[in-house]
Write a protein that binds this ligand. Structure first.
Ligand code: FE2
Length: 430
């Protein structure tokens, strides 16, 4: 007998009336009307069954630290970095682990089962690295945590950062990170990109740099990142996170840059909630949005994903591990309101992010681990509009979170007794 049968589901790419059969933690069949007996059957009722949400860009070492030791008064990126520098010497293993585990609880409840987290290596004690390696092990049964060695204070600008980054990688951190625009000069930034890509090539690792998180159109480290990817044959293994300066670059330069990203096989991660709040801070009016050129990159064939980046930390005072909120903000900031564009925003927090993380066996298909989420929405667009409730969250065929459907009771004369905000057409042709 099978373990689980989900019936009458809609899948993100649009197939409806689909059944999914699970045995021993794996998906064994995906088809209309599967005839099988299972220990548990869930009638999806036509709702959307999606692979889990994937956050491709996060900071688990700073999350849930909002207000410690004080709040960010200016709301700027640079005050956030300074504030984090004040907090860093006070960090303890126990507090880091507890905050990260709590965030992972929130994530699971939102159907977010894979996170790429940067971890600051500019600390001679490597406290955060040790803490997050421990967390990675603890959450492994229910959440895939990929860690990036991130020299927050600059690979060349911060004394000992290169050695600390190498130590973090040797300890078990997965991905090579960096922050070229934060180095003292553009030349140092370029040198940091060259060094980091060389390390990645030598050690067979992925690269994900905080790159050009700036409104300065002359911040062009992404060009160097693409060139190094080509030089070292790293295509498909390199990601530029943020790329906000691309928002402010002139169109002629971008017409050369985007094809270079394609040639370099470089992926892009926008962080819409953070970009829209941190960028444009030196502007009066008009104020730039700062988010990178998402639809243009997608149209050129670049893999683009959306990350949450921050939740309740020195850079961002809000957030709840909801990748549908991230997708909604990305959709609005990029004005991606066409039907296909809205679906692409859902892909940006699911399949595109999984591609960037090189997640194995992601998706609702036979042979893959039975990881999926039933949403209280009929399709990806409705899911984004409603930040849909995660009704059932499954990991390897086991339900690890569930929630009651969102609805409100009404007491109005002659009106329905309840609403769930889903549109039921009354004027549709019969
Ligand atoms: Fe970040």
């Amino acid at each position: 007998m099978a373990d689980l049968l989900v019936t009458n589901a809609t899948l993100p790419e649009g197939r409806t009336g689909i059944d999914v059969l699970v045995t021993d933690g794996r998906i064994v069949d995906v088809a209309p009307r599967i005839e099988a007996v299972a220990a548990r059957t869930i009638d999806a009722g036509g709702l959307l069954l999606t692979p889990p949400f994937v956050d491709p860009h996060f900071h688990l070492d700073s999350t849930l630290s909002y207000g410690l030791p004080r709040v960010n008064r200016s709301g700027t990126l640079l005050e956030g970095i300074a504030l984090w520098g004040e907090l860093k010497p006070q960090l303890t293993q126990d507090a880091l682990v507890e905050r990260a585990l709590t965030y992972c609880d929130w994530a699971v409840a939102k159907g977010l089962l894979a996170i790429r987290s940067h971890v600051d290596v500019c600390d001679p004690r490597l406290t955060a690295v040790e803490a997050l390696l421990h967390v990675k092990e603890r959450v492994a049964p229910y959440l895939d945590l990929q860690l990036v060695a991130f020299p927050q204070d600059g690979l060349l600008r911060s004394p000992g950062a290169l050695d600390l980054l190498q130590r973090a990688l040797a300890m078990g951190v997965d991905v090579v990170g960096g922050i070229p625009h934060f180095e003292r000069t553009a030349a140092d930034g370029a040198e940091s990109v060259r060094l980091l890509c060389t390390i990645a090539a030598e050690q067979g690792r992925l690269v994900d740099l905080h790159c050009d998180e700036s409104d300065d159109p002359q911040s062009r480290h992404i060009e160097m990142l693409a060139a190094q990817s080509i030089r070292l044959g790293l295509q498909g293994r390199v990601t530029g996170s943020h790329l906000t300066s691309m928002h402010s670059m002139d169109n002629y330069y971008v017409s050369k840059l985007i094809p270079l990203l394609v040639e370099g096989g470089v992926s892009a991660i926008a962080n819409p909630l953070i970009n829209i709040t941190l960028q444009g801070r030196h502007d009066s009016y008009p104020k730039r949005r700062g988010m990178t050129r998402v639809p243009e990159l997608m149209a050129a064939g670049v893999t683009v994903a959306f990350g949450h980046d921050c939740v309740l930390d020195p850079w961002y005072p809000l957030g709840s591990a909801d990748l549908l909120e991230v997708a909604a903000m990305g959709l609005h900031v990029a004005q991606m309101t066409g039907q296909d564009a809205m679906r692409a925003c859902f892909d940006a927090v699911t399949v595109n992010a999984a591609t960037i993380l090189h997640l194995d066996g992601y998706g609702i298909a036979p042979g893959n681990r039975a990881d999926f989420v039933l949403l209280q929405a009929r399709d990806p667009i409705e899911a984004i509009r409603l930040r849909a409730t995660r009704l059932h969250v499954f990991r390897a065929g086991r339900e690890i979170a569930h929630a009651s459907p969102a609805c409100a009771s009404l007491d109005l004369p002659g009106r329905p007794r309840e609403v769930d905000w889903r549109l039921r057409r009354v004027d549709a042709p019969a």
